[in-house]
Design a protein around this ligand. Structure first.
Ligand code: MD6
Ligand code: FE
Length: 217
């Protein structure tokens, strides 16, 4: 309440940009969590390595994925779903680290979604040339819950459309530390990522990592 009262009058934290009804871009929000975030990320990847999943149509995705949390998002010939077991390893996904939970909850709250408690974090790795075509995130049970998306490493152009696939997307360049929170009226808007340009990031090298936190069940 106090923060909202002084919004625009005092500097009350990282910049907050509304990109649509219910969608907010928090520039640099994740940087304050970086110190704990990076080792936690590396520990997850060591337990549940990145892999290129297949779409139900049989195409291999250019983005490599893994998950942490009690549920993980997977795709294969039988479809998209959330699963408690990593199909590659036959064991549960790594637990969601406390710093992941904290970052997701704080970002959601800052965007107007208090009480966000994700049970799944999909981790995407883009190498130069990798892209994600326009899609909706609709495998979750409760669309009242937002999605929190954290960008790390190389910057990428995030495509943000509308409720119909044909809606012309706006383009946002997302840098290391930027967070997009997605919910309410735009929860089911189409979005994607343009092919990643080559480059070298000081912390992550030649890649972009995206964390998307969801409440799946
Ligand atoms: C990405 N992001 O940024 C892919 N989904 O690598 C997503 O698909 C996404 O950023 C829902 C909400 C925010 C997102
Ligand atoms: Fe998505």
């Amino acid at each position: 309440m106090t923060a909202d009262l002084f919004e625009g009058v005092l500097d009350v934290g990282p910049a907050r940009q509304k990109i649509a009804d219910g969608a907010t871009l928090l520039r640099g929000f994740a940087k304050a969590f970086e110190h704990d975030l990076m080792p936690a990320l590396h520990a997850i990847i060591a337990q549940a390595p990145f892999r290129h999943m297949h779409t139900p149509g049989g195409h291999q995705m250019s983005v490599a994925m893994t998950n942490c949390g009690s549920l993980g998002w997977v795709t294969d010939r039988s479809g998209y779903r959330y699963d408690a077991i990593d199909p590659e390893i036959g064991k549960p996904w790594p637990a969601m680290p406390a710093v992941f939970l904290l970052l997701a909850r704080e970002a959601a709250a800052r965007a107007g979604f208090a009480g966000f408690a994700p049970d799944a974090c999909l981790i995407n790795r883009y190498e130069p040339g990798a892209r994600m075509s326009l899609h909706q995130d609709r495998d979750e049970r409760d669309f009242d819950q937002p999605i929190v998306s954290v960008s790390l490493g190389l910057s990428a152009v995030f495509l943000f459309g509308g409720p119909k696939r044909a809606d012309k997307p706006q383009r946002y360049r997302l840098q290391h530390g930027d967070v997009v929170v997605w919910g309410g009226p735009s929860r089911l808007f189409f979005h994607g990522v343009a092919p990643l340009a080559d480059g070298e990031h000081a912390l992550l090298g030649r890649q972009r990592i995206n964390l998307t936190f969801r409440r799946a069940r």
